[in-house]
Write a protein that binds this ligand. Structure first.
Ligand code: SF4
Length: 375
């Protein structure tokens, strides 16, 4: 890439508001932003010459100072079950992953927010890769753009394949707050993808100060990656718990939900079940007690083993028993079926290839993490 090209503004990640401000700096009318956002996100156009309702003069100006640059796809894999995974270049020898999971008339895109992750959850393949950098808003919304493009879906009308987006890929979204919020707002923008706020979900491991700010800027659905009913156990699985323990996290999540305009909204509790670590009946009972007065639905995720995880998949019996205890207490409980296992796209398996600034991956290779079994 030449120096002249690097100076161009990438319009892919700009909201209507930011694009309007950019057009003002060019001496153009703000309403042009809506036209251009539609061309980019509804028609999949990345060449200004194709924007036929934009004046020739503006198209020429834009070609000089701006570009529409989607992330580069390094590879694409299709699972026998319809799951599709993309490996996307993230610079400096690193890559991120995006996964599409079809389920009847619903299609969920699992989007990454960072290259690697600094939070080091002990059951997570991404956590073991270490952290490299935050993704830009263009790189985040670019995953949606690429997925829609790959399905030939970038048409303003007709059925959509990507109906839902979950910020549950690589990275902790709340540690890349501004870029994630910009990208999510574009997902929901009527002139872009128009996905309902109920169908855009941010999943967090518990960055409480950022969660406290979230309701000021958006009202997407919320998922909490809990994975344990007690601080003693969660400290070993999700290290950020030592800083923001369960009670603090749930209080913050409750405040977020209470500020939602829709009073029927519930948060999702994600609970990865790991054999003989957090899958015992007493864990289910503790979880039921913990969540007793909170509007939640619980999503149980059987752990997907990967190299060096040191953990095992929950047995079917333990999974059924755990679910039944929660159902008996009146909770809505779903079990996430493993999808895309044959292409390493199952939950928790996203690892890409991260040029780790923290050198964490080497530590894991040198000394396999001991597994603590807690009662
Ligand atoms: S589970 Fe999420 S927050 Fe934890 S290490 Fe993995 S990507 Fe990061």
């Amino acid at each position: 890439m030449t120096p002249a090209q690097t100076e161009k503004t990438n319009l892919l990640g700009l909201s209507v508001e930011k694009l309007a401000a950019f057009f003002e700096t060019l001496g153009e009318k703000r309403f042009r932003a809506v036209q251009v956002v539609k061309w980019i996100h509804q028609n999949g156009v990345n060449d200004f010459a194709e924007m036929t309702n934009v004046s020739k003069n503006l198209r020429r100006k834009l070609t000089e100072v701006a570009e529409i640059r989607a992330p580069e796809v390094l590879g694409q894999w299709d699972s026998a079950d319809g799951t599709r995974k993309w490996l996307i270049r993230a610079g400096s020898g690193s890559a991120i992953e995006t996964v599409f999971i079809p389920d009847g008339d619903r299609g969920t895109l699992c989007v990454s927010s960072q290259v690697g992750c600094s939070l080091d959850c002990s059951f997570c393949a991404t956590g073991k890769q270490g952290f490299n950098r935050d993704l830009s808003a263009a790189e985040i919304i670019g995953q949606v753009w690429l997925a829609c493009q790959s399905f030939g879906q970038l048409q303003p009308k007709g059925p959509r394949k990507v109906t839902n987006v979950v910020m549950m890929g690589m990275g902790e979204p709340l540690l890349n707050f501004d870029n994630v919020v910009d990208a999510m707002n574009l997902m929901m923008e009527d002139n872009a993808y128009g996905i309902s706020k109920r169908r855009v979900t941010l999943s967090t491991s518990g960055v409480v100060p950022a969660l406290d700010r979230l309701a000021d800027v958006t009202d997407v659905s919320l998922a909490i990656s809990l994975h344990a009913p007690t601080d003693a156990l969660r400290d070993t699985l999700v290290p950020i718990n030592k800083k923001y323990p369960i009670a603090t996290l749930l209080d913050s999540a409750k405040r977020y939900i209470e500020r939602m305009p829709d009073t029927h909204r519930k948060m999702t509790i994600e609970y990865t079940l790991i054999r003989e670590v957090n899958d015992r009946p007493e864990h289910a009972q503790q979880l039921a007690e913990l969540l007793r007065d909170i509007p939640v639905k619980i999503n149980l995720i059987p752990f997907n083993p990967f190299e060096l995880s040191g953990y095992q998949r929950v047995s079917n019996n333990a999974l059924r028993r755990f679910q039944q205890i929660l159902l008996d207490k009146g909770f809505t409980v779903t079990v996430r079926t493993t999808r895309g296992d044959d292409i390493d796209a199952a939950c928790g398996q996203l690892a890409g290839s991260v040029n780790d600034r923290t050198r964490r991956a080497e530590r894991y290779r040198d000394a396999e993490r001991p597994v603590r079994l807690l009662g």
